[in-house]
Design a protein around this ligand. Structure first.
Ligand code: EPZ
Length: 424
């Protein structure tokens, strides 16, 4: 397993381009199953999650071409069973259930496991697909969904105990595009990635309104055609690099961003006291540090609130911010695996019942640390960039799931680090 060796203490400077959004690319790639025509998707990041998705589509019979960020698909004839060995590697592959069911009348997919950030149930996905008329059986680790006579539109409330579900909304929206009649999704996720998926589906001929609000209406059509699409910028990658600039005390500029998607990130950066500015068309953002930062409170919640996927990265920044900060994750209350590793670097963070109390310290010290999930790994890299001495971040495959070329991007910003390939 690759690792990252970081010599901390260098303020980052310069500019880099933000990649396409991983969490928009995954359901959009799954949506190409809904048509036998060719689709081309631009700005798909080269990360292991999208690579897994491409492999799964290929194994379902989709012909795929991929070059410099563009994926071209043609799902002329496809099968309904997604391969266990690939699906089990990536939980997000559950977003193929809806398109497979809608296109072929059947979907066979392995039950996703939990992960370190939470149990990750899919009861809301299954509730929605059952409401559309699917029968669902579970045999061993596999789910079989069938709708021999097609899906029938209906009204579905997708709210769970933690609020809306992002991929659940994606699954039901995709399935409903080819259902008979109209489907109304209540308590829908409002994430920009859902809006981007809806834009792609509409380009394919789907009839969708309300995307970006809590109520999405889909009027079923008999078939969809191919479409071109460019994936939106990755707002979580952007937030991560904004933290990298600020935690090292440098000034950096990020290109290919979308300001409205970064509203709560911007608010918290300003609340701490740091500086943030945009270019005229708000596709570039520059962050620079204040000499007098103050701790703050962060509570994550579904979009448009503060994103859970940026919480770990902010925790690293707040670990070095004077004062006391409180971080609460309302979506994944256990998502604090990074705190113990940060404490090994000298941070002072107490985690108690879904809350992290951060007592800002003046310095972190480099150490060998263990990554546990995608965003926790990013948080440890940020801490290593600021720490005195050398930090070794192991199990880099977590980071490679969602950050395109993170080592070269940080090196382009002046970071003193190198990727050490697996020694065995
Ligand atoms: C998406 O996961 C993202 N992944 C996650 O990003 C992100 O953390 C999450 O949304 C929340 O914003 C992708 O888009 C590929 P949810 P998703 O269904 O859709 C509960 C990253 O770091 N729930 O919105 O799987 C669930 O337990 C990843 O890029 C149910 O109870 O998350 C959680 O508490 C990590 N039943 C809450 O809802 C269900 O059927 C939100 O989960 C589904 C979810």
């Amino acid at each position: 397993m690759d690792k990252l060796i970081i010599n901390g203490g260098t303020p980052l400077h310069g500019s880099i381009r933000i990649s396409g959004a991983k969490n928009a690319s995954l359901p959009i790639l799954a949506a190409t199953l809904l048509t036998e025509s060719s689709c081309s998707i631009k700005n798909v990041p080269d990360v292991s999650d999208t690579n897994y998705m491409v492999q799964i589509l290929n194994s379902l019979g989709v012909s795929i071409e991929r070059y410099s960020g563009t994926v071209i698909t043609e799902a002329k004839t496809i099968q309904s069973a997604a391969p266990y060995e690939l699906v089990s590697k990536m939980r997000a592959s559950i977003c193929m259930m809806g398109p497979l069911l809608a296109r072929t009348g059947k979907a066979i997919i392995s039950m996703p496991g939990g992960c370190v950030i939470g149990t990750r149930p899919i009861d809301l996905h299954l509730k929605g697909l059952k409401a559309l008329g699917a029968t669902i059986t579970q045999d061993g680790g596999n789910l079989t969904l069938e709708a021999k006579n097609g899906l029938i539109g209906c009204e579905i409330d997708l709210r769970g105990k933690s609020g809306p579900t992002v991929l659940g909304t994606a699954n039901i929206m995709m399935a409903a595009t080819l259902a008979q009649g109209t489907t109304i999704i209540e308590s829908a996720a409002r994430e920009p990635e859902i809006e981007d998926l809806a834009d792609f589906l509409i380009n394919m001929g789907a009839k969708i309104t309300g995307q970006g609000t809590r109520v999405i209406t889909i009027e079923g059509v008999t078939s969809l055609h191919g479409a071109h699409h460019e994936v939106i910028p990755d707002r979580i990658e952007a937030a991560t690099y904004m933290m990298a600039g600020l935690i090292t005390g440098g000034e950096i500029t990020l290109k290919n961003i979308c300001r409205p998607h970064l509203k709560t990130i911007e608010e918290k950066i300003q609340q701490i006291g740091h500086y943030i500015s945009y270019n005229a068309d708000e596709t570039q953002v520059t962050v620079s540090p204040t000499s007098n930062p103050q701790g703050c409170e962060i509570i994550t919640d579904p979009y448009p609130s503060f994103p859970t996927d940026a919480q770990a990265q902010f925790t690293s920044l707040l670990a070095l911010t004077p004062g006391i900060s409180v971080i609460e994750d309302m979506i994944f209350p256990e998502r604090f695996m990074h705190c113990a590793e940060l404490n090994r670097m000298g941070a002072k963070i107490e985690v108690d019942r879904g809350k992290a109390i951060v007592h800002g310290v003046t310095q972190l010290t480099g150490a060998p640390v263990m990554a546990s999930d995608l965003r926790a790994s990013a948080a440890l890299v940020l801490a290593g960039l600021a720490a005195k001495g050398t930090t070794q971040v192991n199990r880099l495959y977590h980071i490679d799931r969602g950050y395109e070329h993170i080592d070269t991007k940080l090196q382009d910003l002046g970071a003193d680090l190198k990727r050490v390939p697996n020694s065995i």
